[in-house]
Ligand binder design. Structure first.
Ligand SMILES: Cc1cc2nc3c(=O)[nH]c(=O)nc-3n(C[C@H](O)[C@H](O)[C@H](O)COP(=O)(O)OP(=O)(O)OC[C@H]3O[C@@H](n4cnc5c(N)ncnc54)[C@H](O)[C@@H]3O)c2cc1C
Length: 345
């Protein structure tokens, strides 16, 4: 391990909480900020330090977030000879780092990646892993009392986890992101790991994106389509609308089951959880498993031919009408507004 950092002091994280932190071009992603808040509060319940594990390089904006969320040590993990995401190799590196720090808990965001890597850590270390946590505190040196979401958040379970390190992922919408009261001078250290061939049995070879590259989980606006859209081709106006709004396209399971859209676009209990400012749900009935994925949407507008569809009682605004009529009309109205043909610019 090498080191570079703001502080000359040795910020020992032995016995503390290690948090896997994910980032994008803008810095630490929201889900990881929530995971850091959760991990910090777990550390505070035993007065131990918070360390972060980051695969790749800590950028200036990432470092600023780590400082404001109270991280004392950040480990830039380098997997020798590997650039790609490789869940087992990530898990082995995280497990070894956790061991060398003597971490009492390892925490990650409840993202696809966070859950996948932590499940691998659980499998390789033999330790139990608990997903979708929203509160946790130490009951004694080796036991964590926690509450976690089940059934897409419709049931909250109180549980006790024995054994260290405790492996926990944080519920998508169960914790808010709260910076520490005082920023920390985060020390950044290098951590190198050499994965074996078997550690690389699964790795991402190529990324392909549909829907204009806007990430569904992070989108501020989501245009959703259900069985009421009628067909794969029926999604063309929804794609166009999403393009005009800078939105991501999300779908119901009826749509992915029909093969109209990939599972990566599914919203719901067994799909992606979304928390946009606006969710425009078109031809979706509003089954509980779908609603479990969009409970955090700030505003919901639904379009449905059935005035009694369950989604209407969750919506802020509802249009009772045919998607194949309403959405193209909406597209035309937005285009007209954008070109200055009607109304103020
Ligand atoms: C274990 C489990 C997990 C599940 N996980 C998920 C999940 O993650 N996500 C998910 O979405 N579902 C999930 N489901 C499935 C879920 O229960 C529903 O079956 C599914 O959400 C229904 O999709 P839908 O609303 O598109 O279809 P439907 O229920 O068939 O509803 C179609 C809606 O479109 C309306 N409509 C029809 N034609 C038009 C039109 N021309 N214009 C406007 N409206 C129209 C209808 O009135 C209706 O309300 C899960 C189910 C189980 C058992």
């Amino acid at each position: 391990m090498g080191s570079r950092g703001l502080s000359e002091a040795s910020l020992e994280s032995r016995g503390g909480v290690l948090c896997l932190v994910e980032y994008d071009d803008d810095g630490v992603i929201d889900s990881s900020l929530r995971a850091l808040s959760f991990a910090r509060s777990l550390g505070e319940s035993s007065d131990t330090a918070l360390a972060a594990a980051i695969f790749g390089t800590v950028s200036a904006s990432t470092l600023a977030s780590l400082q404001s969320y109270g991280v004392s040590e950040a480990y830039e993990i380098v997997l020798e000879g590997v650039d790609a995401y490789a869940p087992l190799a990530w898990a082995r590196a995280l497990e070894r780092l956790s061991e060398s720090l003597g971490a009492r808990a390892v925490v990650a965001a409840g993202t696809d990646r966070g859950n996948e890597v932590m499940a691998y850590v659980g499998a390789t270390s033999g330790m139990p892993m608990v997903a979708n946590c929203q509160r946790a505190s130490w009951l004694n040196a080796t036991t964590v009392g926690l509450s976690r979401q089940r059934w897409g958040g419709s049931l909250i379970e109180d549980a006790v986890l024995e054994g260290v390190p405790a492996l926990l992922t944080v519920a998508f919408d169960g914790v808010s992101a709260e910076p520490a009261l005082a920023p920390m001078a985060t020390l950044v250290r290098d951590y190198r790991s050499s994965p074996s061939d078997s550690d690389l049995s699964v790795k991402v070879a190529e990324w392909k994106s549909r829907g204009g590259g806007v990430s569904l989980a992070d989108a501020r606006v989501v245009v959703g389509g259900g069985r009421g859209v009628g067909s794969e081709e029926g999604f063309a106006p929804l794609d166009e609308l999403a393009g005009l709004l800078g939105a991501a396209v999300g779908v119901s399971r009826a749509v992915t089951s029909a093969g109209w859209r990939p599972h990566a676009q599914q919203v719901g209990q067994t799909g992606t959880r979304i928390s946009p400012d606006l969710y425009l749900a078109c031809g979706i009935s509003g089954a509980t498993q779908h609603l479990a994925g969009c409970r955090s949407a700030k505003h919901v507008v639904t379009i449905n031919t059935d005035p009694d569809a369950p989604f209407l009682s969750r919506a802020d605004y509802a249009v009772v009408g045919d998607v194949s009529v309403i959405v193209p009309a909406l597209v035309e109205a937005i285009k007209a507004r954008k070109s200055g043909r009607v109304g103020p610019a």
